[in-house]
Design a protein around this ligand. Sequence first.
Ligand code: SME
Length: 159
Amino acid sequence: MAEDLIITGENKQEKYEALIPQIDALTQGETDEVANMANIAAALKETFDFFWVGFYKVKGDVLVLAPFQGPVACTRIRLGKGVCGTAWQEAKTILVPNVELFPGHIACSSASKSEIVVPIIRENKVIGVLDIDSDTLHSFDEIDQHYLEQLIALVSARI
Ligand code: SME
């Protein structure tokens, strides 16, 4: 049985520091990938109140929507398309301070203003992405990138 999250940090760095070990504990004994992605999306949403947070998984030649929290979203994204497809193609995190300035950004919601996408890499292959959207500009920086990459590396075998 999962415990409630305990997030005591003042700033986002402290919140990530508190959250990551709890996500580690929450996903450690669970072998179901959907269950783990669902709880990770919920934990990030609960901690940071992001506008949209969720996963896309590589299925053949396309990214397909996986567990998320937030408004309904596009279900399929091709390699190299949008921020998610670019993070997949380049196998690296993409920080987008202003989505209107990212060529090819896919607007699942007009309320989305900034975004970060972290690839999930397992055995040197991108198997999906974590996508987080904010309804304000410039929401994400290197601190988010650092901790979200750390989180995804920690759980990449479980999602
Ligand atoms: N904006 C993303 C699409 C996914 S939604 O934001 C949930 C992109 O450009 O890939």
